[in-house]
Structures are given as C-alpha cells and as structure tokens.
Write a protein that binds this ligand. Sequence first.
Ligand code: FAD
Length: 201
Amino acid sequence: MFDVLIIGGGVSGMSCSLVLGSAKNKPFVANKKIGIFTHQKTSSLQEALFKNAYGIPPGKLGSDLLHESITHLSETYPHIVQIPSEKVLKIEGICPEFTVITNKTSYKTRIIVVGIGSANTFAIEGLMEYVEPHQKSLPEKQRIQLKNIDHKVAEGIHVIGTLAGWRSQLAIAAGSGAAVATDILTLWNDGIQTHAHDSIR
Ligand SMILES: Cc1cc2nc3c(=O)[nH]c(=O)nc-3n(C[C@H](O)[C@H](O)[C@H](O)COP(=O)(O)OP(=O)(O)OC[C@H]3O[C@@H](n4cnc5c(N)ncnc54)[C@H](O)[C@@H]3O)c2cc1C
C-alpha cells in the first residue's frame, strides 16, 4: 500500500516527488511509502529547448532533463519508488483506498497525484468525470484540464502541471508539483503548515 502515488514522470510529477523525497527526515514522513510512475514517452519535454526557465542553464534540452531528473531522484532520494514504463489506464475506489491499474499490473494507494499533461488524448478511466476544457490555453488546441480547487480534484485526488489548468511553462508546472507536495506534507503533519528546506547551516 502506497501513501501517495504520483502519475507522470514529466516536470510536475518529478518536481512533486523531489519535494516529498526531500522531507524524508520529518517524523510524520518517516513511515510513508511514496511512488511515482516515471512514464516519459509523451512528455512535453521530449521536444523542448530551454532558455527561459529559472535555474536551468540556457540551451538545455528537455530530453536531457527527462534522463537527469530520473537520476537526480534515484541518487538523492532512493527511498522514492520509481515505476518505469507503465501507463496508468484506470483508477478505482475512493479515499483512502484507491487502486491504480496500469497496462501491466495494479497498485493500492491512499493518495493519487495526477500530472500527465493537458493533451485531449487523456483517457484514465475513473477520472473522466473531472475532465473539462483547459481554461488557459487557446480553444483551437483543444487542451483539457481536470476540475479542481487549488489542485484538489476530490478527496485524495490531486492534479498538477498543465492538467491542473496552468499555462504551459516549465517553472509553472514545477511549482504546481511542489505546491501539491507541500499540501500533502501539511496533511501528514495533521494540518499544521510545513515545507521542506535544506540549508548550509
Ligand atoms: C516543443 C516545446 C517547447 C517548450 N519550450 C518551453 C520553454 O522554452 N520554456 C518553458 O518554460 N516551457 C516550455 N515548454 C513547456 C513545458 O515543457 C511544459 O509546460 C511542461 O513540460 C509541462 O509539465 P507537465 O508535468 O504538466 O507535463 P509533462 O512534462 O508533459 O509530463 C507529463 C508526463 O506524464 C506522462 N504520462 C502521460 N500519460 C500517462 C499515463 N497514462 N500514465 C503514466 N504517465 C503518463 C508522460 O509520459 C509525461 O512524462 C515547451 C513545451 C514544448 C512541447
């Protein structure tokens, strides 16, 4: 049983998992099992070139970021379970026990975070009732988002990145994933506000 499963190994999903991973020494995180589906085939990063993203050297290829983020997560936070090459097809159940069904197997989790981009090919059974037209992209692009209030779709289900209705910029997607990570940390801390910082002191 996972405490949280993040769906999507692009910008928002990896950002969410890094922040959750970095909180490992907090007592309320110590016993939590965190996983991420690191499917990357359809990431917007595949064809992107970055010159305007904070903290990223200009000229960086999105395809390099995809590989590097996997290494970053596995080397810095090896306790986060990475599930590669599986596509999520269906979600069943209600909070606090969901079943996430992939093209290979299934997993149980208490919380789901969905960050799979805003393409209208979205087809995860069990989430279709939340799909609506994207509110911040051109109508002719026919992008979609999941209905949400401050990233929360329903009890135990959060959405991040462009699928949450944000405009398509790397920094926004990363911030959205990080924001939900801190929402989950706050939930695990019995509702007391928290975040995850490292320091040289
Ligand atoms: C060509 C191009 C150029 C760009 N240039 C810039 C730029 O210069 N500056 C900038 O700031 N932004 C740029 N962007 C935008 C930026 O890349 C996106 O805003 C960002 O990647 C969105 O992050 P995300 O997490 O929402 O989605 P993504 O990064 O697309 O991640 C979604 C992930 O979900 C996975 N996935 C999909 N379906 C499933 C499923 N069923 N099960 C499991 N996993 C699944 C995908 O494989 C992917 O890894 C560019 C985008 C493109 C396409």
